[in-house]
Design a protein around this ligand. Structure first.
Ligand code: GLY
Length: 355
């Protein structure tokens, strides 16, 4: 059992993150012990509900089941959750428990941040991506027809309960999607300002088989490392004014790919990996990294066997990157590698970007 803590510098926002592999039948009590609320609702992914409803044993009338998939992170489901909370008479002292992947966490978190001007929410991530990244840091959102995450809040959870056992039943595509964010943390480690030297890239290189075989102890250690890096960044820059932008390593290009593919066919993490390969090439061409480091990163990525995504016309990708909300008006920001496990933000005009 490991307990980590978020302590955001600019505001008194502290909360714990529990990482363990306890029997899942204890999870409900572990959450309740920490919750101190009278009342609650549980927003849970359909798949997780099908697999774990018996063992988690939340009362039926408190459960809101959300179908799986990014398409469900929409305004209709947001409104339905608010209505469900009202129907259950949730007050300002109560809580929403989010059990699922990033979609459930983002949507339930957004509902919690606006319900009665903000009530507690508890994250129970069940995918590798949510365990290593999205459940911590307080980004909540819904998608609109104009793009992903364009409506949302920065609103920190009350606590995060990570139980590695959920990952045993995660399908390989979703597992690999999480691995995309995990390798990202390896490549940005030294820029996160974490006072512990984790050597995540070495850990990944040494544990490829164990990770792909979902060795529970190795996964626990891996999640702890990623969360330590995430905490370090969020503590310094909750609102993405500066440092937090490095978490978007590989995302500028990755998001554009996701959009071209209409968020189907390839997962978020797979597109992020493609985005990382793009910035490695781009940074090399600009002379920011040498051939050896580029090879080291590409070699690590190749060990996890991510799918190859076909190339799209550069003009189309550029257009989409420019319309991304994280882009400035006249330029596109890329997080580029600059040396071993270090990255930096750079701004470019379209004509400076080479494919
Ligand atoms: N997933 C990126 C962030 O939390 O900032």
């Amino acid at each position: 059992m490991c307990r980590l803590e978020v302590n955001i510098e600019s505001s008194p926002k502290n909360y714990p993150i529990f990482i363990n592999n306890h029997n899942l039948e204890f999870l409900r009590e572990e959450i309740f012990k920490y919750m101190d609320s009278q009342n609650y609702i549980v927003v849970i992914s359909q798949k997780v509900f099908q697999l774990y409803s018996k063992i988690l044993n939340f009362p039926k009338e408190k459960i809101f089941i959300l179908k799986d998939g990014e398409r469900e992170k929409n305004i209709k489901n947001y409104a339905k959750i608010l209505e469900f909370a009202l129907k259950n008479h949730l007050t300002r002292n109560d809580a929403i428990i989010a059990v699922g992947g990033g979609v459930v966490g983002d949507l339930a978190g957004f509902a919690a941040s606006t319900y009665m001007r903000g009530i507690k929410y508890i994250q129970v991530p069940t995918t590798l991506l949510a365990c290593t990244d999205s459940s911590v840091g307080g980004k909540t959102a819904i998608d609109t027809s104009y793009g992903k995450n364009l409506v949302g809040t920065f609103y920190q959870p009350h606590a995060v309960f990570i139980n590695v056992n959920f990952l045993k039943t995660l399908d390989i595509r979703q597992f690999k999607s999480g691995l995309g964010e995990v390798v990202k943390y390896g490549f940005i480690e030294k820029s996160c300002g974490c006072n512990e030297e984790l050597n995540l890239m070495n850990f990944l290189n040494a544990n490829v088989e164990n990770i792909l075989n979902k060795d529970i102890l190795v996964l626990s250690e891996l999640i702890q490392m990623c969360i330590k890096l995430k905490i370090s960044v969020v503590n310094q820059d909750e609102r993405e004014k500066g440092l937090r932008k490095i978490l978007n390593y590989g995302h500028t290009y990755g998001h554009a790919l996701e959009k071209i593919l209409n968020f189907k066919r390839y997962t978020h993490g797979e597109c992020v990996v493609q985005g990382i390969l793009f910035v490695l090439e781009f940074a090399f061409k600009l002379g920011k990294i040498d051939k050896e480091y580029k090879f080291l990163c590409e070699d690590l990525i190749s060990k996890f066997n991510f799918p190859k995504i076909p190339k799209f016309p550069p003009k189309k990708i550029l257009e989409i990157m420019k319309s991304d909300k994280k882009a400035g008006n006249d330029y596109i920001t890329f997080i580029l590698p600059i040396e071993f496990a270090k990255v930096e933000a750079f701004k470019f005009n379209d004509n400076e970007i080479s494919f």
